[in-house]
Ligand binder design. Structure first.
Ligand code: UD1
Ligand code: CA
Length: 453
């Protein structure tokens, strides 16, 4: 049985933000939610988050929002919370979590320690670490860095790990070591329970160092083994907005690679942002600078032109979006729908072969098939207090600059003349037009500018 402890009590002063560090987002989701999702992918018996600074906010944000937990993992591995106040070091932090873990598993359990501010760690790497620990060994995730500055160093004698020394406690020879402690480790639960209360604070920072358990394991004759991440960025922590942005780009690049692997055409994999789940069919094309939020589906042959923002929407097969279009939550487009430049669609269904190609707002509407929505058309769905629906049946033609004052229905095959302000239902197969009759005044003289003085 595996238990996971996620350390998330650090303050994160360098973020210079009112938002606790572990709630800072990567791909629109708090860093801590990424770590929890990865932890849950390992199907552990329990996950305990050690919180401290801004803890109530962290609990509220993560605990109450199921969207932060990946759908396939929902319902598994309950999360428990352990408060660490004050924060006396990483060893002290893990000690606070132990009572929660003991409730869960009896007997020999392995404890995996993760950091809430190391968001991109991958399950495959953790599985290797867990396998290396094998339930009776101490396993450390380590990496070799050209610049190991700031990290704890892995001290080996004859190739065997004997202890970890923190940067601030290290001598020159130890500082020259390039193998660093990522901080992520797996230890036998009952050994942790034995070791942690024995930690002292006789070190440069006066903290209870989790890393001191390595020497304790060695003293007991327990094997200490190491595993390494597939890529070093997996173990990168976030302490500043700059580091946050760096990991955001790495994460987005990984996502873009995965999309291309599936056959999606990305005009520039460096210029796409996916903040949620993007499900793509075959031969989907995405031009530059598109942002996808929430759950978005792009069906076979869908084409997203440059500079579109799409959130919680479905784009049907062979539909064409943008450039410069915005699809807001609840938009469901069927096959071969065209949503052109400066068109916003919200909470609306659009059936096959319909088009809104220029400058329109379609909100709270049900639009039939083969409908043409002219430039400048607006559904007036909001009366200042309530939202109302607009229904546009099949084969309707809506002239440019039309306002549809909801609730209103446009019957099948109807035509609305340009400039119509529709306040009552338009009957099927008829022309409805509300603009005043056109008049021409012959011999009309334009005013001329009067001379001053
Ligand atoms: C720690 C390791 C170091 C490693 C480095 C990797 C120790 C003593 N040192 O150092 O070997 O190279 O991480 O980044 O473990 N935290 C708490 N409560 C605390 C202190 C920390 O929850 O009292 C959390 C932090 O929020 C953070 C993590 O533990 O997520 C690491 O804390 P940090 O202060 O960054 O540790 P380092 O001193 O960098
Ligand atoms: Ca750190």
């Amino acid at each position: 049985m595996l238990n996971v402890v996620i350390l998330a009590a650090g303050q994160g002063k360098r973020m210079r933000s009112d938002l606790p560090k572990v709630l800072q987002p990567i791909a629109g989701k708090p860093m801590l939610a990424h770590v929890i999702a990865t932890a849950r992918a390992l199907a552990p018996g329990s996950v305990c988050v050690v919180y401290g600074h801004g803890g109530e906010q962290v609990k509220a944000e993560i605990g109450d929002r199921p969207q932060f937990h990946d759908s396939e993992n929902r319902g598994l591995s309950p999360i428990s919370w352990a408060k660490q106040e004050p924060q006396l070091g990483t060893g002290h932090a893990v000690l606070q979590a132990l009572p929660q873990l003991e409730k869960v598993g009896a007997g020999r359990t392995a404890v995996l320690v993760l950091y809430g501010d190391v968001p991109l760690i991958r399950a495959t790497t953790l599985q290797r670490l867990i396998a290396a620990a094998g339930g009776d060994k101490l396993a450390l995730l380590t990496a070799h860095l050209d610049d190991p500055h700031g990290y704890g160093r892995i001290v080996r004698i004859d190739g065997k790990v004997v202890r970890i020394v923190e940067e601030k406690d290290a001598d020159d020879a130890e500082r020259a070591i390039k193998e660093i402690n990522t901080g992520i480790l797996v230890a036998p639960g009952e050994a942790l329970a034995r070791w942690l209360p024995q930690l002292g604070i006789a070190n440069a920072q006066g903290e209870y160092y989790l890393t001191d358990i390595v020497a304790m394991a060695v003293a007991e004759g327990m094997a200490v083994v190491t595993a390494h991440p597939d890529a070093n960025w997996e173990a990168d922590g976030v302490n500043s907005k700059s580091q946050l942005a760096r990991l955001e780009r790495i994460h987005q690049r990984n996502f873009a690679e995965a999309l291309m692997e599936q056959g999606v055409t990305l005009v520039d994999p460096a210029r796409i942002d996916v903040r949620g789940e993007l499900v793509c069919g075959r031969d989907v094309f995405i031009d530059v600078n598109c942002v996808f939020e929430g759950r978005v589906e792009l069906h076979d042959g869908a084409r997203i032109n440059a500079n579109c923002v799409i959130q919680d929407a479905v784009v049907g097969p062979h539909s064409i979006i943008g450039p410069f279009a915005r699809l807001r939550p609840g938009t469901v487009l069927a096959e071969d729908v065209h949503v052109g430049n400066f068109v916003e669609v919200k909470n609306s269904t659009v059936a096959a072969h319909s088009k809104a190609n220029h400058l329109a707002y379609v909100g709270d509407a049900a639009i039939g098939s083969r409908v043409n929505i002219g430039a400048g058309t607006i559904t007036c769905n909001y009366d200042g207090a309530n939202k109302h629906r607009t229904v546009i049946e099949d084969d309707v033609f809506i002239g440019s600059d039309t306002q549809l004052v909801a609730p209103v229905t446009v019957g099948k095959g109807a035509t609305l003349g340009a400039g119509t302000t529709l306040t009552r239902d338009a009957p099927p197969d008829a022309l409805t037009v509300s603009r005043p009759k056109q008049v021409s005044i012959a011999g009309w003289k334009r005013p001329v500018k009067q001379k001053k003085g």
